[in-house]
Write a protein that binds this ligand. Structure first.
Ligand SMILES: Nc1ncnc2c1ncn2[C@@H]1O[C@H](COP(=O)(O)OP(=O)(O)O)[C@@H](O)[C@H]1O
Ligand SMILES: [Mg+2]
Length: 318
């Protein structure tokens, strides 16, 4: 094996992109291993497409460095990088009045694919469109057009495939088809960089996920993120507001933090709820509170995701 083959598929170090006053993404660092399906998860405007366009050499970063498919990202290396990767953009950009096969033939020509007829037949069968090759792209459903776009991306046998929100706007059945195709990419050993704003999609498909909203908020395997992010908490409801909740909660063992929830409910956070609950109830009773209910709260992954990415939305609202 050569050194290049052992390098990560993507290596991104302190990368930032600024458009005028606005940072599209800032100080992002991560690595993606060869053959990994890596999720780039964040809300609209988080900087996902801009990252894809940067790593795809369509725009230059403002700061930082990266390597893509083992090649350092630079203007001079653009052709070399583009030869090793493919991008499926958010909107497929196919010629509506050409057939599926003719669309692929145009792009095979553009990408200088060797033995184009054979490769077109291969990619059509990979995406399950062999039977539809003669149909006009404009007459296909959105889901099928997305498959043509994926076939196009596969023409050049990319080492790294960038999929920018490949299921956005698809119905659940078409989205599931795309998910199966991505699983197929994994089996072929293609590195997949998948952007999405759908949590369940990232969780289902990706080996690791980066959560971002301009800055990187968290990165890890979905199960790790889930564990890390599933903060546990105890919700306590009292008949009336506590006069001095801080004093009541101050010395509770195992308590990691607390927030008031409305007038007379309190969320007490702790890794070990069972170590906290008896003390909390005792402290409340000792403070003269009438305890109405004590229940365990588990944040869903979605709650935590929203919390992680929420900062910017609050800034925007100010
Ligand atoms: N060409 C551009 N010129 C100016 N601002 C841009 C440009 N492209 C993206 N942006 C801004 O960068 C931010 C990130 O956009 P984008 O990468 O498209 O987010 P996402 O794909 O996560 O929805 C947004 O605030 C967007 O308005
Ligand atoms: Mg986008």
């Amino acid at each position: 094996m050569t050194g290049a083959a052992e390098q990560p598929a993507l290596s991104v170090r302190s990368l930032s992109k600024r458009f005028g006053e606005r940072m599209a993404y800032e100080q992002i660092s991560f690595e993606v291993g060869r053959g990994e399906v890596f999720g780039f998860l964040g809300p609209n405007g988080a900087g996902k497409t801009t990252m894809v366009r940067t790593l795809g050499t369509l725009i230059a970063p403002s700061a930082g460095s990266a390597s893509v498919a083992g090649v350092p990202l630079s203007e001079a290396n653009g052709v070399e990088i583009r030869r090793r990767i493919a991008i499926m953009p958010e909107s497929p950009g196919l010629y509506q009045r050409l057939s599926v096969r003719d669309n692929l033939a145009c792009f095979a020509d553009l990408y200088e694919v060797p033995a184009p007829a054979r490769r077109i037949a291969e990619v059509l069968s990979m995406v399950g469109l062999a039977e539809r090759a003669a149909e006009l792209c404009g007459a296909l459903s959105k889901g099928l057009r997305q498959r043509v776009a994926l076939a196009r991306a596969l023409l050049s046998e990319p080492q790294v495939l960038f999929l920018d929100e490949p299921t956005s706007g698809l119905d659940p059945a078409a989205a599931r088809d795309v998910h199966e195709l991505i699983e197929g990419m994994r089996e072929r050993g293609v590195t997949v960089f998948l952007t999405t704003h759908r949590l369940e999609e990232a969780e289902r498909l990706c080996d690791r996920v980066a959560i971002l909203n301009t800055t990187l908020r968290s990165i890890g395997r979905p199960a790790e993120l889930r564990d890390q992010l599933f903060t546990r908490a105890l919700l306590v409801r009292t008949a009336s507001a506590l006069a001095d909740p801080a004093a009541v909660f101050a010395s509770l063992p195992a308590l990691e933090g607390w927030h008031a929830q409305g007038d007379s409910a309190y969320l007490l956070e702790a890794a070990d709820i069972s170590a906290l609950a008896p003390h909390a109830v005792r402290a409340l009773v000792a403070a003269g509170a009438d305890v109405l209910a004590v229940e365990e709260r588990r944040h869903s992954l979605e709650d935590v995701y929203l919390e992680l990415v929420g900062e910017r939305r609050e800034e925007a609202a100010r």
